[in-house]
Design a protein around this ligand. Structure first.
Ligand SMILES: Cc1cc2nc3c(=O)[nH]c(=O)nc-3n(C[C@H](O)[C@H](O)[C@H](O)COP(=O)(O)OP(=O)(O)OC[C@H]3O[C@@H](n4cnc5c(N)ncnc54)[C@H](O)[C@@H]3O)c2cc1C
Ligand code: SF4
Length: 345
């Protein structure tokens, strides 16, 4: 059995107190939300904070507010997101992403803040201490070389959060709170395409709030590929959102791919192929081809990388067809059952 290392547990009740502890403890402290990522990482000695600053007693991070904007406290659990009728009806892409994270038990504990700050993943890193020691570690933790691409100057571990691509597609902003104040940034600016330094925020900043525009004229969706429909991390996530004119022309849109890089990646050429056009089969095919170009999977997660690259165009197609209004329920259930022949590659 893997055991947790010793650590000091602190449970502030105010955001300001949590920020102050984080500032004074520096890199020796880590934030804890639901613990569904941090505790397994600590058991594998990938992360070994001397102090754990738990956020679960901070009530202000556990509120959903709806006015001009929809605000979601970072401590809201994924189950609470799935239970929200408002989120389901207005921000379907986020609802679908949250509903497909892990399993019901994990979603009951897991928070949106923890999901957005999730550590990047790699087959050579998500192993026990003894396993990693046996291959002489890698540059993400305790080593010098990348075992996936030994010539690579940077770590290529994969961003495996489901809600991040969905929320980037929905143009979300996030509030970061530190001991010396707050700032709002676009969620897409929180991420860097680097498996080690995958977040751009300072260590002392706490993600406290997610903010979404309350718009009725946008539609959104999220499609996820994973081995087992009941629990696994994504090996591909496709989030798409669009605003349509009355005649069905796409006025604005955002296609974002997850789990193909160390950050969620916007498919700007797919957006360009869609804007100003109706979602005909030809336009969807062009956008899917352009969208799949940003998928640069490495051989460090599940399935073969060539197949994962190939299937990206299919998943962009499914997402766009769903935005168009096609009934995709049968395909969704086939994907969930891992009926790969039906997936179409
Ligand atoms: C078996 C299994 C399957 C999983 N499947 C999926 C999946 O399909 N999709 C998916 O997206 N994830 C998956 N996960 C990962 C994880 O469960 C979720 O990402 C979850 O949402 C993490 O949230 P948490 O609150 O538990 O985060 P924690 O584990 O508490 O924290 C995760 C990280 O975020 C940091 N953090 C937490 N809150 C904040 C904050 N407010 N501000 C700044 N930093 C913060 C922590 O310091 C830590 O580094 C899976 C995990 C397991 C064990
Ligand atoms: S991508 Fe390379 S450096 Fe990064 S975790 Fe994997 S093996 Fe380690």
């Amino acid at each position: 059995m893997l055991r947790l290392p010793r650590f000091r547990y602190m449970a502030p009740t105010q955001i300001s107190e949590a920020a102050r502890i984080l500032a004074s403890e520096g890199a020796d402290a880590m934030l804890l939300a639901g613990g569904t990522d941090l505790f397994p990482n600590m058991k594998r000695r990938q992360q070994t904070p001397a102090t754990v600053v738990a956020l679960r007693d901070v009530e202000r991070m556990r509120e959903i507010g709806s006015g001009h904007c929809l605000t979601i406290g970072a401590g809201i659990t994924l189950t609470e997101i799935v239970q929200s009728d408002l989120i389901r009806s207005r921000h379907a892409g986020l609802w679908q992403a949250a509903a497909q994270v892990a399993s019901p038990q994990l979603r009951n504990m897991a928070t949106v803040g923890g999901n957005l700050c999730l550590d990047t993943r790699c087959n050579y890193y998500d192993q026990t201490l003894e396993w990693r020691k046996a291959i002489d570690f890698c540059m993400k933790k305790d080593g010098e070389v990348c075992w996936v691409a030994p010539g690579s100057p940077k770590c290529l571990a994969v961003s495996s959060t489901d809600t991040a691509p969905a929320l980037v597609s929905l143009r979300a902003k996030v509030k970061l709170t530190a001991a010396d104040g707050d700032r709002m940034i676009r969620l897409e600016d929180l991420y860097a395409n680097d498996g080690i330094h995958y977040l751009t925020k300072d260590h002392g900043e706490i993600l406290t709030l997610v903010e979404l525009d309350q718009v009725d004229d946008w539609k959104s969706t999220y499609w996820k590929l994973r081995r087992r429909g009941s629990i696994d991390f994504p090996v591909l996530g496709v989030a798409a959102s669009a605003k349509f004119a009355d005649d069905g022309t796409v006025e604005n849109c955002r296609v974002v791919l997850g789990a193909v890089s160390s950050a969620p990646i916007r498919a700007l050429k797919a957006d360009a192929a869609l804007i100003g056009n109706r979602l005909s089969d030809d336009v969807i095919a062009q956008a899917a081809e352009a969208g799949s170009k940003v998928a640069k999977p490495m051989d460090n997660t599940d399935f073969t990388l060539h197949w994962r690259k190939k299937v990206a165009a299919r998943f962009v197609t499914y997402a766009l067809r769903e935005l168009r209004g096609d009934d995709m329920r049968e395909m969704r259930s086939r994907v969930a059952r891992h009926d790969l022949e039906a997936v179409g590659v």
